[in-house]
Design a protein around this ligand. Sequence first.
Ligand SMILES: Cc1cc2nc3c(=O)[nH]c(=O)nc-3n(C[C@H](O)[C@H](O)[C@H](O)COP(=O)(O)OP(=O)(O)OC[C@H]3O[C@@H](n4cnc5c(N)ncnc54)[C@H](O)[C@@H]3O)c2cc1C
Length: 320
Amino acid sequence: MATFRLQRRYLPPLASGEEIWCQLFSEPSAGSDLAGLRTRAERRGEDWVINGQKIWTSGAHFSDFGILITRTDPAVPKHQGLTMFFIDMKSKGVDIRPIKQVNGQSGFNEVYFTDLRIPDSQRLGKVGGGWRVSLTTLMNERLSIGANMPTGFPELFDFCCRFATADGPIIEDRAIRSRLATWAVRASGLKYTAFRTISALSKGETPGPENSIGELVAGTTMQEIATLALDLQGQMGVLSMFALDLMGQGGVLQGEDQTEASGRFQRMLLRSPATRIEGGTDEILRNIIAERVLGLPPDIRVDKDVAFNRIPTTTRRERS
Ligand SMILES: Cc1cc2nc3c(=O)[nH]c(=O)nc-3n(C[C@H](O)[C@H](O)[C@H](O)COP(=O)(O)OP(=O)(O)OC[C@H]3O[C@@H](n4cnc5c(N)ncnc54)[C@H](O)[C@@H]3O)c2cc1C
């Protein structure tokens, strides 16, 4: 298990950003149902040998290290047989394949492990205690997404103050004012919720399930705001998409359309679906808030107490 010496070696450069880390959690058949993961870690003397695959690993292609959740005991219920490790991403046995996105960029990767051998000193937490470690990571991730995510409200407000149609300035439109008021309240609620959490963190507390609220509200608000801004821009909204392309190719735009052409709302609109998936989808965040914040009855989980290797993975028709 990671010792104080290892903590001193790895944590300061992680916090300062001198060394980049990634989060090796999701797999092709384990995203929302993360505890269904299949990457295996098997004990060999003082070492562990890891085989399997991760997907959607942001930044793996430029990361120095990664935290990796694995299955160490398939004979117990799925949440109990998991163990967390950290690995050097340049190790033999780690194959990183960037995923090419529709915009031409590669933000995340597939990562394959073939007989990756690591010492037990790279284990984080207890053997079989990986679920607990991953929950701490996920709650911090949701906090950082929710607390840092711009909703786009100040930009939209500024845009509405300057924008006019043939009917006059849109800031005088009652329907627009009503929507702006709703988003102003939400943006303010998010801001003070984040402040409250940061105050709690400064007193040594850890982020809890309530931090799912920030990511959920910020993601949906950003999408709604960007959609309205594009609707208001009319044809210009589409032109701005084009302008985005031009700028990507080194083109320069001049004149009064520049702000709209900067593609701010278009970028927001294109990014917002990802915000509503990364770190937990809207549905999963709603389940967490319902169960762990509001104390409502839990979602039905038929495989919760079944040994992982006894959970059926194919249908009867496929088996026959
Ligand atoms: C920009 C971005 C960056 C990412 N970075 C990383 C990373 O660095 N590391 C990493 O490990 N992963 C990363 N991911 C992956 C992310 O964690 C998963 O995509 C996410 O958890 C959803 O899993 P999935 O894609 O397998 O979808 P699925 O789990 O297959 O979900 C499909 C749909 O079913 C719904 N659904 C599933 N279960 C339930 C349920 N119980 N109740 C109601 N609805 C349900 C979901 O809400 C969703 O709409 C990233 C994703 C994105 C978009």
